[in-house]
Design a protein around this ligand. Structure first.
Ligand code: NAD
Length: 315
């Protein structure tokens, strides 16, 4: 089943191609070379607005966030998520466990309490966890119907079986499919190449693209001649975690390029896994920042709302 069809079944009507028809007052999103910028901020705002409307009629959807590390970046991510929930009229609570005091058993017990709390619809454990705590054990202790990150075995299985209407899907790859759909990028019959095979981005991304009827190639750090593989892509999704790994030599003329990577450069700026020179050859590119990142948070809202709604309907 395709993602937009499964969302429609759940009551989220997302029109495809709505952002490709640019209103006349919008600045031109094309570069001089004709490369379209797939603006994740605009697309995410669209999803967040949809969630804000749905929560009014569907009733409350509450996210519990567990922050168990001193990592400053994790705190920034958590604050962004909580702010987004507030802005959409959805509730969230932050449970902070000081990194020095956290143990695996205490975290599992906390998650069990949240699992049993009917006022909590989604549980998110901000990763990474402190050294010595098993990420797998913690994720697997979250009830599958509250696993709004979509990382636990149950939801991973549903995704790869194509049972999308029953799954909570990982926010970043699902956000990529929604972003492309809002811009009217056709995936059916296209050759999609995904660079990266991680459990949270690369693998679920490949599964979702397959369900959109793309022909999917997964490339990774052991792939010989990455450039050649990438140049065959109509749609190239790069999630390698390597700053500006992919440049114009990797991109076929007119290809759609999605840059999942995000890195802080020594001079404090942000960059992705894709070099900006691809705008000279690609047909469309997600910017960094302002591409995939905002979609990830928007999809967390949507997942939490879906989790609440699915439970209400006993699915
Ligand atoms: P990861 O390190 O877990 O996985 C990276 C993958 O890329 C691996 O499978 C590896 O085989 C592959 N890879 C590494 N070097 C390569 C190379 N030279 N050639 C080909 N393949 C190579 O990373 P991840 O968690 O999947 O994240 C990837 C990137 O996406 C990171 O920059 C991360 O910060 C970013 N990210 C962004 C968001 C967002 O919301 N924007 C969300 C998640 C991850």
């Amino acid at each position: 089943m395709r993602l937009f069809d499964s969302m429609r079944q759940d009551g989220f009507e997302i029109p495809t191609g709505i952002l490709s028809a640019k209103p006349s007052h919008e600045p031109d999103q094309k570069t001089a070379s004709g490369c379209l910028s797939l603006d994740g901020r605009i697309a995410a705002q669209w999803v967040r607005q949809l969630c804000a409307e749905k929560v009014k009629s569907w009733g409350p959807a509450h996210l519990a966030v567990i922050l168990a590390s001193d990592d400053p970046a994790s705190r920034i991510y958590v604050n962004h998520k909580i702010k987004a929930f507030k802005e959409a009229g959805m509730s969230s609570s932050l449970i902070e466990v000081p990194a020095g005091m956290v143990s695996e058993s205490a975290l599992v017990e906390l998650i069990c309490q949240l699992n049993d709390d009917p006022s909590v619809h989604g549980i998110l454990v901000q990763l990474p966890l402190p050294h010595g705590i098993s990420q797998t054990k913690i994720i697997e202790s979250i009830r599958p119907d509250k696993d709004v990150d979509g990382f636990a075995n149950h939801n991973v299985g549903l995704l790869h079986q194509g049972r999308l209407s029953r799954a909570l899907l990982p926010c970043t790859p699902a956000g990529v499919v929604v972003l492309l759909g809002l811009y009217g990028v056709t995936l059916h019959g296209k050759h999609a190449v995904v660079v990266g095979r991680s459990a949270i981005v690369g693998k679920p991304m490949s599964g979702l693209l397959l369900h959109e009827d793309a022909t999917v190639t997964i490339a990774h750090s052991k792939t010989p001649d990455l450039k050649k593989v990438c140049r065959e892509a109509d749609v190239l999704v790069v999630a390698a975690g390597k700053p500006e790994l992919v440049n114009r030599d990797f991109v076929k003329s007119g290809a759609v390029v999605v840059d999942v990577g995000i890195h802080r450069t020594p001079d404090g700026k942000l960059c992705g896994d894709v070099h900006p020179d691809v705008t000279g050859v690609a047909g469309a590119l997600t910017p960094v920042p302002g591409g995939v990142g905002p979609m990830t948070i928007a999809m967390l809202l949507l997942n939490t709302l879906r989790a609440a709604h699915l439970r209400q309907r006993g699915r």
